[in-house]
Design a protein around this ligand. Structure first.
Ligand SMILES: [Zn+2]
Length: 78
């Protein structure tokens, strides 16, 4: 039963013919069945927020290095 003032989850149910979920949502917008575990996020491992941010930074660095390398190769060809 939906609670007034709380945003509903709205995830698509696979069992109810694609109807959207009517459970009240948590902070992340999904209910406890569909939102996953979000209150114990920062523990350890590869899916913590910190690990994700670090990986993102590393990817950006690698991309920058790659473009730099391409630039250098182009300079050498000229
Ligand atoms: Zn839900």
């Amino acid at each position: 039963m939906p609670i007034k003032g709380v945003k509903l989850c709205g995830a698509k149910c696979r069992t109810k013919g694609g109807a959207s979920c009517l459970q009240p949502g948590m902070k992340n917008g999904r209910c406890k069945m569909h939102g996953g575990c979000f209150y114990k996020k920062e523990i350890h491992g590869r899916s913590t927020l910190r690990a994700k941010a670090e990986r993102k930074k590393e990817h950006a660095f690698l991309r920058e290095m790659k473009s730099l390398l391409l630039d250098m190769e182009q300079l050498n060809e000229d």
